[in-house]
Design a protein around this ligand. Structure first.
Ligand SMILES: Cc1cc2nc3c(=O)[nH]c(=O)nc-3n(C[C@H](O)[C@H](O)[C@H](O)COP(=O)(O)OP(=O)(O)OC[C@H]3O[C@@H](n4cnc5c(N)ncnc54)[C@H](O)[C@@H]3O)c2cc1C
Length: 384
């Protein structure tokens, strides 16, 4: 039993590393990046449980006089096993701490590769020699090892990324920029990006980090440009004014995220920069005969209301669109009065929400309280 649990946990661990990769084919097969990452989280939890059961099974089958030797040991492969469990559990606990800042969350995540390496060494020494065990062990080790390699390589080089040039950069509110990108080489077949999809972008200009940033696509498939709305938030996004026309960026993706079903009246709710995919959808629905669309954009300051000539044109020309700007003070609960009035006046609307974690949680709770079925709610969280 303990042997089976050990091999099982190593295999699931390798699968969780595999599902951390940003591969378009895999994310499409799994129903989108959000669902892929949900599976990645579940596989992580299953690995944790299997590791714990493996340890318990080992302790149960060890004669009582040897248990102390098992725990207080100097044997390197055994120590590696303990290190793997410890590193894995610490990383798992910190991965689920919702209050953690993104950078700290990412640092704690680096413990997972170390745990995998320690568990691999432990497995290589203790696995039995029969073909079945060895086959499973080497499959798990190759899958996990290759996934780790690709994950680390992705930080510096990505052969599937496409180069774009900055065509325009406009400020559309006190904290949001509209970034328009054109493919660097139009002769090369570019992957068309649809509104609501996610791309990962790396700024290549001097003074920017090599980090890949997820952004929602806010342009349509047939437009010649890729448009993004980017909030001035941190290390890279706080100095977008340093970017110049003609500078290059690297784009990975697109990945499927939000999909619309326009068969019924729509309420689209964006918290802060969560409005980005909706701006994209609006560009695409201009030529369609759509049901009524109500957009509620929640911001914490008046100057965060999105403006700009292109946005004003879209707001005016999209059929059946009503746009509501909602200014709520930071730290205060958003005012749902307008939303409740819409819920009463529209017949079985579809609700699409996008925004920060806390905003989405409060909104989902409120909608549940108003008797809205979860089947009528589609969400996209701006969480890693
Ligand atoms: C699915 C998804 C879609 C997003 N779409 C948009 C969008 O359309 N427009 C937009 O302005 N922002 C969007 N974001 C958030 C955006 O990725 C971050 O604001 C950006 O990466 C910050 O980079 P930075 O170097 O300036 O910030 P940093 O200094 O690195 O971090 C500042 C804060 O930004 C957030 N952040 C940083 N990196 C990430 C990351 N890889 N994933 C999630 N959050 C991160 C964290 O809250 C962090 O505390 C999206 C995030 C996700 C997960």
């Amino acid at each position: 039993m303990s042997r089976f649990l050990a091999l099982f946990s190593l295999t699931v661990f390798a699968l969780s590393l595999l599902t951390a990769l940003r591969w378009r084919v895999m994310s499409r097969l799994l129903g989108g990046l959000a669902l892929q990452y949900r599976l990645h989280h579940k596989l992580g939890l299953i690995t944790g449980v299997a590791f714990t059961l493996h340890v318990l099974a080992e302790i149960l089958q060890t004669p009582p006089d040897f248990i102390q030797d098992l725990i207080i040991t100097r044997d390197p492969p055994l120590l590696a096993g303990w290190a793997a469990i410890l590193l894995f559990c610490v990383a798992l606990v910190f991965s689920y701490r919702q209050t953690l800042r993104f950078q700290s969350w990412r640092l704690w995540h680096f413990l997972f590769p170390l745990a995998f390496l320690a568990a691999s060494y432990h497995g290589l020494v203790f696995a039995r020699d029969d073909a079945w065990d060895q086959g499973l062990l080497y499959t798990a080790l190759s899958m996990g090892g290759l996934s780790l390699g690709f994950l680390l390589l992705g930080h510096i080089w990505n052969p599937r990324a496409q180069r774009y040039r900055i065509q325009a950069l406009d400020k559309v509110s006190a904290s949001v920029w509209e970034l328009t990108l054109e493919p660097k080489d139009r002769r090369r077949k570019q992957q068309p990006c649809r509104a609501g999809q996610i791309i990962y972008l790396r700024f290549l200009s001097r003074g920017f980090s090599r980090a890949l940033h997820p952004f929602s696509v806010a342009s349509c498939r047939l437009e010649p440009y890729l448009r993004l709305y980017i909030k001035n938030l941190g290390r890279d996004t706080s100095h977008l004014q340093d970017l110049k026309s003609g500078h290059e960026v690297e784009v990975l993706g697109p990945f499927v995220e939000l999909k619309l079903n326009l068969d019924r009246p729509q309420i689209w709710i964006g918290g802060g920069i969560g409005i980005a995919p909706f701006l994209g959808f609006l560009h695409c629905t201009q030529t369609l005969d759509t049901p009524p669309i109500h957009i509620l954009h929640y911001v914490s300051r008046g100057e965060d209301i999105i403006q700009g000539s292109e946005i004003a044109r879209v707001q005016e020309t999209t059929p059946h669109l009503v746009w509501h700007n909602m200014v709520d003070k930071k730290g205060h609960r958003p005012d749902w009065e307008r939303l409740d009035a819409l819920l009463k006046s529209l017949s079985k609307p579809r609700i699409v929400i996008c925004g920060p974690n806390l905003f989405m949680r409060m909104l989902r709770e409120h909608l549940k309280g108003q008797g809205v079925s979860s089947q009528d709610i589609t969400t996209e969280e701006f969480n890693p």
